[in-house]
Ligand binder design. Structure first.
Ligand SMILES: C[S@@+](CC[C@H](N)C(=O)[O-])C[C@H]1O[C@@H](n2cnc3c(N)ncnc32)[C@H](O)[C@@H]1O
Length: 180
């Protein structure tokens, strides 16, 4: 198990501590099974400064070439924590941080939801989403509205859309890169 880490401490009033655990936006992937998608999301997290939790078991070894190819050298910059099970993830989840599940089984559009700066954005596995227990454990469930004729988005695309809106609402996009 890897511990949760706070990011961009300059933005918080007091540093997080066991008595005052305050963390910034976080992505969590429930049992991902396509390495290229996980790699793409790890790159997204690295570029946005958002930590990514991976809830095992994954459908691939972490050394997978597809994961490395998709995340490229951003893997070194990614803030990754791996949890051996859903129960292990819940055990270290800081109290007070909402679990916000992205799911096609919701009717609440993500653009109508008021994100908090320390929400945990949870995404399901490519093959099966999340089981009912995980669905019910979420504090909120959001959908990216789609045309009725379609089934779902690629999980990395859904993650980029939901994270983008969450960062926009909470003014947490990283500052512009310095010009060369
Ligand atoms: C390929 S989808 C899973 C499809 C799966 N058959 C199901 O029924 O959930 C993988 C994950 O991407 C996210 N996702 C995909 N499309 C979405 C949408 N339109 N709204 C919200 N989340 C979506 C969800 O987290 C989902 O669990």
């Amino acid at each position: 198990m890897v511990t949760w880490r706070a990011r961009r401490q300059d933005l918080i009033l007091s540093p997080p501590s066991p008595a005052n655990p305050r963390f910034f936006m976080h992505i969590a992937l429930y049992q991902p099974d396509i390495p290229q998608n996980t790699g793409t999301i790890l790159r997204l997290g690295a570029c946005m400064g958002v930590p990514v939790s991976i809830i095992e078991p994954c459908g691939f070894p972490f050394s997978d070439r597809g994961l490395k190819r998709a995340s490229m050298d951003y893997l070194r910059q990614a803030d990754i924590s791996r949890h051996e099970s859903w129960a292990a993830f819940l055990a270290v989840r800081p109290a007070g941080n909402r679990l916000v599940l992205a799911t096609t089984g919701s009717e609440l559009p993500y653009t109508e939801f008021a994100f908090a700066s320390d929400d945990i954005l949870l995404f399901g596995r490519e093959s099966a989403g999340v089981p009912e227990a995980v669905h019910n454990a979420a504090d909120a469930r959001l959908i990216v509205p789609m045309r009725a004729e379609t089934r779902s988005l690629n999980v990395a695309v859904a993650a980029a859309m939901v994270l983008g809106e969450a960062l926009r609402q909470t003014s947490q996009f990283p500052g512009p890169a310095p010009r060369a």
